[in-house]
Design a protein around this ligand. Structure first.
Ligand code: ATP
Ligand code: FE
Length: 352
C-alpha cells in the first residue's frame, strides 16, 4: 500500500508518501514540510487567514515535491489521506479541498484523518509499536494522555484544563524576552540555571486523576520576574536562567507525575510513547524515560521531525484506517473540533 498524506491544520503545509509492503516495516518515501513561521512572525502568533491562504497556495507544490522525491505518479498510489480536523478551519478546508480534487481527478479513494490520531499513531510508523500503549501528546496546542488500543481506538485518560505546555514555554520565553518558539530557548537558558532558587507550584499534583494545568506556572513566573525587577531594577542572565530552570522543572514534574498515574490507570499498556514538540525537551524526556524504565516498559520518542506537525503521520494514520476498510467520499467535512475518543469516522460529516 502506498498512501499520499496531506497536512494543513495549523502553520505547516505538508505532503508525504508512506508505503507498507506485506511483512515489512512501513517506509516514508518522502516527507515535505513547509513552515510558515516567517509569515506570522510580525503578528506574535499564527494568523488563521494568512495560514489558510498560504496552505491553499503551497499545498499543490508540496504534493508535487513529495511525488517527485519519491519518484511516483498518482497511478502508483492506493489512496489520498488528509487531515480533516481538528485545527484552524481555513487550513483544514484547504487540505480537504486539495485531497478531494486529487481524488476526483484520479479516482483514488479518500481517507479523512484526525490530526491527533496522526500524532498518536506515529510510534507505530517509526518503531512498529504494538497496541495497546500509553501516549503523551504534549505540544503547542495540545496536552493529553491517550490509551491507544487500535487505529481508531483512543481513550483520553486526562489532559490539560487550560494551556498546553508548549504554549506555557512560549509565553515564558516572551515574558523573559527570549526567542520564539519558546521551548528550545527556555531549555537552553535553563541549562545554567538553579531550579531551586524560585518556588514554582506543581499544579493539580495534590488532586487525584491525570488532568493537568499550566497557566498558573506562567503567572508564578511573571510574579517572580516582577519581584526581581522591583528589587534590582532589571533581570540578569543568571536570574533568567534560574527562572527558566525552575519553570522547566515544574513542567517536567507535572508531566512525569501525571504520566505515572496515567500508566497506573492503564495497566495493559505495553509502552510509554510521546509526541508533540514538547517531547523534544531533554529534561522532560529523561524524566519520562526514567518513569518507563521503572515500570519496565519501553519508552518511545519518535524523531523530532515526526513529533511535530508533518504529513507522514497523516499518510500513516490514513493507511491504518484504509486497511481497516475505511473510505470517505466528497461529503468529507473539515472539522475545527474533533475529539479523539468519540468513535470518529462514522461521525465525519454528521457533526454540526
Ligand atoms: P499542535 O500540533 O498541538 O497544533 P503545535 O503545532 O504548536 O501544536 P508542535 O509543532 O508539536 O505543536 O510543537 C511546538 C511546541 O513545542 C512549541 O510550543 C514549542 O515551544 C514547544 N517546544 C519545542 N521544542 C521544545 C523544547 N526543547 N522544550 C519545550 N518545548 C518545546
Ligand atoms: Fe500537531
Amino acid at each position: 500500500l502506498t498512501i499520499l498524506g496531506l497536512e494543513s491544520s495549523c502553520d505547516d503545509t505538508a505532503a508525504a508518501l508512506v508505503r507498507l509492503r506485506a511483512g515489512e516495516r512501513p517506509e516514508i518515501l518522502a516527507s515535505v514540510v513547509e513552515g510558515q513561521t516567517a509569515l506570522h512572525a510580525a503578528y506574535g502568533g499564527v494568523v488563521p487567514e494568512i495560514a489558510a491562504r498560504a496552505h491553499a497556495e503551497r499545498l499543490d507544490l508540496c504534493v508535487e515535491r513529495a511525488m517527485a522525491e519519491a519518484g511516483l505518479g498518482f497511478g502508483d498510489l492506493d489512496a489520498v489521506a488528509v487531515t480533516a480536523g481538528p485545527g484552524l478551519i481555513g487550513g483544514v478546508l484547504s487540505g480537504v479541498m486539495v485531497a478531494k480534487g486529487i481524488a476526483a481527478a484520479t479516482g483514488l479513494p479518500l481517507v479523512g484523518v484526525n490530526h491527533l490520531a496522526g500524532h498518536a499513531l506515529t510510534p507505530r510508523l517509526t518503531d512498529g509499536l504494538d497496541f495497546p500503549y500509553l501516549m503523551l501528546l504534549a505540544s503547542g496546542g495540545h496536552c493529553q494522555f491517550l490509551a491507544v488500543s487500535g487505529p481508531e481506538e483512543f481513550a483520553r485518560i486526562g489532559g490539560t484544563i487550560d494551556d498546553a505546555p508548549g504554549e506555557a514555554f512560549d509565553k515564558t520565553a516572551k515574558l523573559l524576552a527570549l526567542s520564539q518558539p519558546g521551548g528550545p530557548a527556555v531549555e537552553r537558558a535553563a541549562e545554567t540555571g538553579d531550579p531551586a532558587r524560585f518556588a514554582f507550584p506543581r499544579p493539580l499534583m495534590d488532586r487525584p486523576g491525570c488532568d493537568m494545568s499550566f497557566s498558573g506556572l506562567k503567572t508564578a513566573l511573571l510574579r517572580a520576574r516582577d519581584r526581581i525587577i522591583a528589587e534590582k531594577g532589571g533581570i540578569t542572565v543568571q536570574d533568567r536562567a534560574d527562572l527558566c530552570a525552575g519553570f522547566q522543572a515544574a513542567v517536567r514534574d507535572v508531566l512525569a507525575g501525571k504520566a505515572a498515574r496515567a500508566l497506573a490507570a492503564c495497566p495493559e499498556a505495553t509502552a510509554l510513547a510521546v509526541a508533540g514538540g514538547v517531547a523534544a525537551n531533554r529534561a522532560i524526556r529523561a524524566a519520562l524515560e526514567d518513569l518507563a524504565d521503572r515500570a519496565g516498559l519501553p519508552f518511545v520518542a519518535p524523531p523530532l521531525s515526526l513529533c511535530t506537525d508533518n504529513a507522514a503521520m497523516i499518510a500513516w494514520a490514513g493507511l491504518e484506517r484504509f486497511r481497516l476498510g475505511a473510505r470517505d467520499d466528497m461529503a468529507l467535512a473539515a472539522r475545527p473540533r474533533w475529539p479523539l475518543d468519540r468513535r470518529s469516522p462514522a461521525l465525519i460529516g454528521a457533526g454540526k
